[in-house]
Design a protein around this ligand. Structure first.
Ligand SMILES: Cc1cc2nc3c(=O)[nH]c(=O)nc-3n(C[C@H](O)[C@H](O)[C@H](O)COP(=O)(O)OP(=O)(O)OC[C@H]3O[C@@H](n4cnc5c(N)ncnc54)[C@H](O)[C@@H]3O)c2cc1C
Length: 295
């Protein structure tokens, strides 16, 4: 059944109303955010049994605001709104988001939303990789009230997330990062409408002495069922002084963290090689953002 199976269109005026509608219609209802991915699901016949579209546009979830020293991103915030927000434009710590949102074409940036992107649970999308490197978490609302889950636990499998029946995603939360933190994101694509062959997000935090106090390395784009946290790379970085040699050593470690797939777009071997190069470049970019001279 395609979109022609839809009999009812609802535009709830609050997050609570969304939960009531999901409870009322159960599996017959599907959420509509920007509609840039949903249309593809329908086109592939994956909207089977769907009769009710619940449009989130008026549910009051479009915002980027300060929260506990970090940021709260409303689920219906578009890529463009997020990219143009002051925190993303001006800070080194959230710069990975700025980088990631440069890739989708303008029509998608105007329409696609933070919530739709994360809830799609695609291992090939860009923004989730950046949000993972920033230790993001997801706030959801359901019949039993609000709930918070780390993004790392939110992504379960290909196109599968940990939302329970009747729940939906209301916010992505980004914690306050320590001073001297910077992030960066890079992606390899075949053209500007393409999803990632490989994408990489990093975040480093330096201590007073200029040593790497903390690091996050996340790789996406066909290297696992969901974006992968490269803990072996992080271990190489921690406690060390940023340098080209250090970044090269960290990049070499990525092989033990990822299991790239071979498909019609690239071989696993190629993805593995690219992940190393892009990881090294992303680390250099993050270090530059902290004003560090890299020897
Ligand atoms: C031409 C094109 C180019 C693209 N290029 C890129 C690119 O360069 N980089 C990239 O990362 N991505 C790219 N994308 C993919 C894009 O990121 C996704 O289509 C987009 O993020 C989906 O968001 P949406 O708001 O449109 O979601 P929708 O299509 O409205 O919804 C997607 C899914 O999420 C569910 N959903 C939506 N909101 C919620 C919520 N709040 N809670 C729970 N479930 C929800 C819907 O029911 C649906 O199943 C591209 C897509 C297209 C069509």
């Amino acid at each position: 059944m395609g979109i022609s199976g839809v009999r009812e269109f609802c535009r709830p005026q609050s997050a609570r109303d969304v939960v009531d509608l999901l409870a009322k219609h159960g599996d017959r209802a599907v959420l509509l955010a920007g509609g840039t991915f949903l249309h593809g699901l329908f086109a592939r016949g994956l909207g089977s049994g769907v009769e009710v579209l619940v449009d989130l546009q008026k549910a009051g979830l479009s915002y980027v605001k300060a929260a506990n020293g970090g940021l709260a991103l409303g689920a219906m915030t578009t890529f463009r709104e997020l990219a143009e927000s002051e925190a993303v434009q001006k800070t080194a710590e959230f710069a990975a988001i700025r980088d990631a949102l440069q890739y989708p074409p303008a029509q998608i940036r105007n329409q696609a939303t933070v919530g739709g992107c994360v809830a799609s649970a695609s291992s090939l999308f860009d923004l989730p990789v950046a949000l993972l490197a920033l230790d993001g978490s997801v706030k959801s609302l359901g019949p039993r009230g609000p709930r918070e889950t780390t993004l790392a636990k939110f992504f379960v499998d290909y196109f599968e997330h940990s939302l329970e029946k009747g729940e939906f995603l209301t916010e992505v939360l980004l914690p306050k990062l320590p001073p001297r933190s910077a992030s960066a994101f890079l992606k390899l694509e075949t053209n500007s409408n393409d999803l990632a062959l490989v994408n990489v997000a990093v975040r480093i935090t330096l201590d007073q002495a200029g040593l790497c106090r903390d690091a996050r390395v996340v790789i996406g784009g066909g290297v696992g069922k969901a974006p992968v946290r490269a803990v072996s790379c992080e271990a190489v970085l921690k406690g060390q002084r940023p340098s080209r040699t250090l970044f090269e050593s960290a990049a070499q470690e990525v092989s033990s963290d990822i299991q790239p797939v071979s498909d019609h777009r690239a071989s696993g071997q190629y993805r593995r090689a690219v992940a190393k190069v892009y990881l090294r470049r992303a680390l250099l970019r993050a270090a530059e953002r902290l004003g560090v001279e890299i020897a």
